[in-house]
Design a binder for this molecule. Structure first.
Ligand code: 7PJ
Length: 261
């Protein structure tokens, strides 16, 4: 899954792809480099980010989805928590809802059920504004499993089938470095729900921390390494900014793994 942020303030590439023309160029390049999904987001969810209105979010993402629709042959996912944005994005050509709020916003679960598209339910403790203020868990893996169990139950009650759900532990969303590392090491545990697992580690602060306070522009190799570990530990989908580099690493890893002497 290649990340396409159409926001002026995303932490890693904010502003770079804000106009539709460059967003389209970036999406095409990610597809050519092997992306199997393009994830479009119009609201930055980085720690401390401010909220975006429905109309601003729509104005950012809809023209890009419309322009991409006929140009790329991979699914488009919409990174949003707002039911109104889900509805218009799907009407414009998106076929996956990627919600960092796991369909907890008012009306979101009903909207996703009505639209009958695949959904990614991500775990977040707190909200983007405050989530990094002392996140705490009894047992991060078990606590998030309990959250997923509850959300899956709610989804099924609303008419969303298990087979259309993907789960994501939400690296960096209300987690300290220890929580993030524990989740990555134990990622395969989330397979107990029998659905796909998505991991988003690309350029996140945990990579910066593991590299000794490395700034966001110099986290590519660290991110590729973490992506590879996620796949080794059972991730089915990885959400990345650096599609070509991640794809190279996965190709080498996979061929060596499958090599028969
Ligand atoms: C994630 C996301 C993630 C899913 C963002 C960033 C911050 N969606 N949207 N998983 N992160 N499913 O790009 O680092 O980790 S926005």
């Amino acid at each position: 899954m290649g990340v396409l942020n159409v926001t002026p303030d995303s932490f890693s590439d904010g502003g770079k792809f804000f106009d539709s023309a460059s967003a389209i160029e970036q999406a095409l390049s990610m597809v050519n480099n092997g992306a199997g999904i393009i994830d479009i987001g119009g609201e930055s969810t980085r720690p401390g980010a401010s909220a975006v209105s429905v109309s601003d979010e729509l104005n950012r993402v809809i023209p890009v989805i419309e322009a991409l629709k006929g140009e790329i042959d991979v699914p488009i996912s919409i990174d949003t928590s707002k039911p109104e944005v889900m509805e218009q994005a799907v009407a414009s050509g998106a076929s996956i809802i990627n919600d960092v709020n796991a369909l907890r916003a008012k009306g979101a679960i009903e909207m996703a059920a009505k639209l009958k598209v695949d959904v990614c339910l991500m775990h977040m403790q707190g909200n983007p504004r405050t989530m990094q203020n002392n996140p705490s868990y009894v047992d991060v893996v078990e606590d998030i499993k309990r959250f997923f169990k509850e959300r899956i139950k709610e989804c099924e009650r609303a008419g969303i089938e298990l087979s259309s759900i993907t789960l994501d532990p939400g690296f960096g969303f209300g987690k300290n470095l220890g929580h993030n590392v524990a989740l990555l090491k134990n990622l395969s545990e989330f397979h107990e729900f029998g659905v796909s697992i998505l991991a988003g580690l690309s350029r996140k602060s945990m990579i910066g921390a593991l590299l000794g306070d490395r700034d966001v522009d110099s986290r590519m190799i660290g991110s590729v390494t973490a992506a590879l570990i996620a796949v080794e530990n059972g991730a089915d989908i990885i959400r990345v900014h650096d599609v070509a580099e991640t794809n190279d690493a996965l190709k080498v890893w996979q061929q060596i793994k499958n090599f028969r002497e």
